[in-house]
Write a protein that binds this ligand. Structure first.
Ligand code: CTP
Ligand code: MG
Length: 240
C-alpha cells in the first residue's frame, strides 16, 4: 500500500491506571498549571485528527472530555492492554494510523509524535521511540547485562491501524503494544526517543517534570528577549 493511502491519525491516551507507585492517580495531578493528562492530550491533539482517552470510571465522561479537550472518553480496563483495547474500539474505522500514548508522559514533544506518524507512513507496522539505557543493569539471576544492546522504550508508539486491531484480537496481555505486533509477525521500527520524555512514575518524577517545564519556559523567554533586542528601538516603539 502506498503511503498516501494512509488517512486519519488517531491517538489513544491511556489514563486508567491507579498510580500505585506514585501513591495516587498521577494523571490527574497538577503539573505547572495543567493536569498531566491535559498536557498529554494537548500534545496529541496538535498532531492527530482525533484523541480517545481511557480513564478508570467514566461517571462524568462528558465533563472530563470537555476539560481535557478529547474527542472521546471511554472506560479503561484492568490492565494497560485492556485499556488500549477499549480505546481502540472507540477509534473510528477511517483511522489508518493509531498512536498509543501514556497519559503519564506529559513531556513528549509534538515533534516526536510527528516522527512516529512519519515512520508508520513510511511503511512500518509499528514505530517505537527508544533511548539508550544509561544505568548499568544487573539481572538478579545472572551476570551483568550488556547495556549497549538495551533500549528503554517510550510512548507515543504508532501503528498501522489494521495491524494494531488484529494484534489486540489475540486478547493477549502485554505492557507494550509493539511487542504484540512483533509476536504477530509485524515489523517494528525503533526511532530516537527523547531523554526529557519521562514517565511520571514516582513523586520525584513530577518534580523533575516541573523543573524541565520551567527550564523550557525560561529558554522561551530568553529567545523572546533576544528577538526583542535584535529589533532594537523599532520593536520597542511598536509596543505589544
Ligand atoms: N494504564 C491504563 N490502564 C491500566 C493501567 C495503566 O490506562 N489498567 C495507563 C496509566 O494510566 C499510564 C500508562 O498506562 O498513563 C502507563 O502505566 P503506568 O505508568 O504503569 O501507570 P499506573 O499503572 O497507573 O502506575 P502503577 O503501575 O505504579 O500502578
Ligand atoms: Mg502500571
Amino acid at each position: 500500500m502506498v503511503a498516501e493511502e494512509l488517512g486519519e491519525v488517531w491517538c489513544i491516551v491511556v489514563a486508567a491506571g491507579s498510580g500505585r507507585r506514585f501513591g495516587g492517580a498521577k494523571q490527574h495531578v497538577d503539573l505547572a498549571g495543567r493536569s498531566v493528562l491535559e498536557r498529554s492530550v494537548a500534545t496529541a491533539r496538535e498532531v492527530c485528527d482525533g484523541v480517545v482517552v481511557c480513564v478508570a470510571g467514566t461517571d462524568d465522561a462528558e465533563a472530563l472530555r470537555a476539560a481535557v479537550h478529547a474527542d472521546r472518553v471511554v472506560e479503561g480496563g484492568a490492565s494497560r492492554s485492556r485499556s488500549v483495547a477499549n480505546g481502540l474500539a472507540a477509534v473510528p474505522e477511517r483511522a489508518q494510523v493509531v498512536l498509543v500514548h501514556d497519559a503519564a508522559r506529559p513531556l513528549a514533544s509534538p515533534e516526536l509524535f510527528r516522527q512516529v506518524v512519519a515512520a508508520v507512513r513510511a511503511g512500518a507496522d509499528a514505530a517505537v521511540p527508544a533511548v539508550p539505557v544509561v544505568d548499568t543493569i544487573r539481572s538478579l539471576d545472572g551476570p551483568k547485562v550488556d547495556r549497549d544492546r538495551l533500549r528503554a522504550v517510550q510512548t507515543p508508539q504508532g501503528f498501522r491501524a489494521e495491524v494494531l486491531r488484529s494484534a489486540h484480537h489475540s486478547g493477549r496481555d502485554a505492557t507494550d503494544d509493539a511487542s504484540l505486533v512483533e509476536e504477530a509477525g509485524g515489523t517494528v521500527v525503533l526511532i530516537e526517543g527523547e531523554r526529557t520524555n519521562l514517565k511520571i512514575t514516582e513523586p520525584v518524577d513530577l518534580d523533575v517534570a516541573t523543573a524541565l517545564l520551567r527550564r523550557s519556559a525560561s529558554s522561551v523567554r530568553a529567545t523572546d528577549l533576544e528577538h526583542f533586542e535584535g529589533h532594537g528601538a523599532d520593536t520597542a516603539e511598536g509596543g505589544s
